[in-house]
Ligand binder design. Sequence first.
Ligand code: NAD
Length: 369
Amino acid sequence: MASYNLFLLPGDGIGPEVMTEVENILAWFSAQGIARFEIDRGLVGGCAYDAHGKAISEEHMARAMTADAVLFGAVGGPQWDKVPYDARPEAGLLRLRKDLGLFANLRPALCYPALADASSLKREVVEGLDILIVRELTGGVYFGEPKTITDLGNGQKRAIDTQVYDTYEIDRIARVAFDLARTRRKKVSSAEKRNVMKSGVLWHEVVTRIHQESYADVQLEHVLADNCAMQLVRWPKQFDVIVTDNLFGDVLSDVAAMLTGSLGMLPSASLGAPDGKTGRRKALYEPVHGSAPDIAGTGAANPIAMIASFGMALRYSFDLGDWADRIDQAIAIVLAKGVRTRDIAGDRPANASTTQMGAAILEELRAFA
Ligand code: NAD
């Protein structure tokens, strides 16, 4: 039986609540002999600050570096609003992304038929939607230098952010997108603004070359990022994989996310470069939502985003794609049966707590064994 080392960082607020539901599934996987997971747990975010004065300790960073995958809950909360900037809860996540070299952020937007009416778009536009946004995560305008605000001395200030991409950064994210498209419907849409940005010209050039050299079997289309936003709202099913830079990816993935309903439903994966020897990528899996302090401790949190993030870990880190599919199917069945936490209940009262939703999904998984 394959054995994997999984480092759990539940974090703050609802993070530990939704992580517990994944732990129940992990225990069942091990008991069934599907795979053995060596589980290690650590602190990140506000709870780590309370324990160590840092958003993540060096020891826990070192453990994250050696794990086969990191499962991350959520961080933050009002009680840590005034801690020093470098120790704020989010600094733990940023440190993990940076030190693990997680340059590729994968955000699926999947619309379960039972929830199609929860979208702000018409049912026929979103029902059956299954697209994947691949966002470059460690470069571009969020990190480029110079990044300054200068006092011009005449009552004016000047703010500068720098959008910068090197060939290798575009090359590696494009390969991730093409490789993923090969496992799906074999179409990549590359979004940039080459009409007004030099970084867009280089992006277009590099993606085109990688496609011609190595991925002729995948369909490639280029789309201007603003048009991509419009098309996502007009007819999102035209897309399969969208690859884009850090800034456009931030915006486009949020647009895509809202096509599908609640924040409590959205998983994500962040991947690093493949290891030269093993071919394995460093990886962190986390729900898109935050620590939801408004509902923490009430049992109202939807664990689906966290469970679906674990499903992504099965697919991308553990070669257990069949079980990742089964997790998606189990979620679809539970939703079709009408099980609803508060965030996806619409006008009706919720009929499931965090624990009940987790148990219902595990029950459906048992049926596949
Ligand atoms: P949030 O995602 O925590 O919550 C936004 C709204 O969505 C809230 O009403 C919340 O109750 C609801 N919600 C979120 N997840 C849910 C779930 N699983 N089930 C049901 N409802 C859910 O965003 P926020 O309120 O802007 O931020 C709260 C804290 O989380 C802040 O400290 C923020 O900095 C932090 N945050 C952390 C991350 C992260 O850890 N990656 C991401 C975003 C925000």
